[in-house]
Ligand binder design. Sequence first.
Ligand code: ADP
Ligand code: 5GP
Length: 187
Amino acid sequence: MNKIVIISAPSGSGKSTLIGKLMAIKELRLEFSVSATTRAPRGQEVDGKDYYFLTVSDFKQRIDADQFVEYEQVYEGRYYGTLRSELERIFAKGNNIIFDVDVEGGINLKKKFGDDAISVFIQPPSVEELRRRLVGRGTDSIEEIDKRVSKAAQEMQRAPMFDHVVVNDDLEKAFAEFSGIIGGFLK
Ligand code: ADP
Ligand code: 5GP
């Protein structure tokens, strides 16, 4: 049976960094679920690898056609969702799937998949540090950063809904804990 790993966190917590390190452990047979989004690519992001970048009207047509396992309007006017075809693609290869989704999406996916899934919440040490990391990453405008930071406090209140919470303060320590939890689940 393929297993499902769900990772959620406020934007800037270090979720992509931790997922990248985890996916380098090939024995885990983890394949990243590529979400669809209506936001523009940033930095070195590649269509079909980091996201499927869609227009709002294409995204809405796919909602109407029931093509999503789940989707959310994560920020105003910015839709993100998991296509059913993505799950089928990864499971057909016999791989485990790893989701990087917003907090509501993470809670919904865990409800949907139950014991076949593990959900992990990555928590930043503080909201101030979260802002510093987003500014340091240098990929989002100040307005975009403000949106993300103002959502973080509300997202952190949902942490107890997850199977595990990992605080990403020192990266190596956080990764040791994170990879231990997921390695144990996939074994
Ligand atoms: P997310 O995917 O949660 O939005 P990223 O993985 O892009 O977050 O991390 C946001 C920024 O913070 C990046 O510039 C990353 O290098 C940095 N970062 C990640 N983890 C840590 C950490 N433990 N300490 C300091 N900086 C970190
Ligand atoms: P970013 O724009 O930083 O890549 O992502 C913003 C937020 O959208 C993050 O919290 C990310 O986890 C979330 N996200 C990405 N893909 C999906 C998805 O398919 N569904 C949901 N619900 N959230 C997603």
